[in-house]
Design a protein around this ligand. Sequence first.
Ligand SMILES: [Zn+2]
Length: 296
Amino acid sequence: MDPDLAPVPPVALHRAEQTAASLRILEWLAGAADDLLALAVPADCVCCGAEDRTLCPSCASRIRQLARNPFRAESGAPALMDVAGAVLLPVVAAGVYRDELAQALLSFKRHGQHQLGSSLGRVLASAVRSAAPAGHGVLLVPVPTSTAAYVSRGFSPVHLLLKVAARQLPGFNVADALGKISVSGHGLPGGHNGPAGQKGLGRGARSQRVRGSMKVKPRARTEVAGRPCLIIDDVLTTGATLGEAARALHREGALVRGAVVLAATRPPDAAARDAADAGVRGDHHVSEKNKPGKDE
Ligand SMILES: [Zn+2]
């Protein structure tokens, strides 16, 4: 058969298809190579995208700046104030949950980058010092991670941050004393459990869901009884989680002095304004020790 007689278009089409397929393979290989490189080379700054470091020096210094003045944050958290406006649990926040502090924390919670952990851990340590300047004998108790969150991440961000912070906190002891109570058949409305379900809930439903969800681990009971404790968490929003942690510790006789968080979603001025609206003048039953100095 004379090749010139063969219909041209199908052959051309066939070649075009082959070329396209080859290009796709090349693209795929290039993509695979990129993925391999991304594994080998440190990721870019999670805040500004500057190359080669998970957290660049200027964003690291911004984080220190954002956390320069730890502040009392409980008045912005409805679950930590009673109806009369009295403080149920004093909380010191290292900074406001925004900008580089929020970006770094979010990325750390997702991926647990070592460099972010040491930067945020330092920030947490200085907030703890400001909450309890004479910290000797104070137990630092991290809020428990839900099993589902632990399984999906493979680590607990709060525990990891506290581990870093504790290295810079001589005189304090870490007690991983709190555990989650299995919530299946817990009897809460809705019945769907797990961390994903909580975000869409309003304040009331959220604190109702959290209530009764924690307990002191049996082996930690004697460790916490009669001891001054500070509860440690990453972000303060409604305060429901901290409130529940405080209840669980209190039940076992711990002396809950307050809590320390890395970041509060409400800035201190908004929190103070809310407190003023609610008629809070002084939180009498709260130890003065927990208040960070104005000039710290
Ligand atoms: Zn940066």
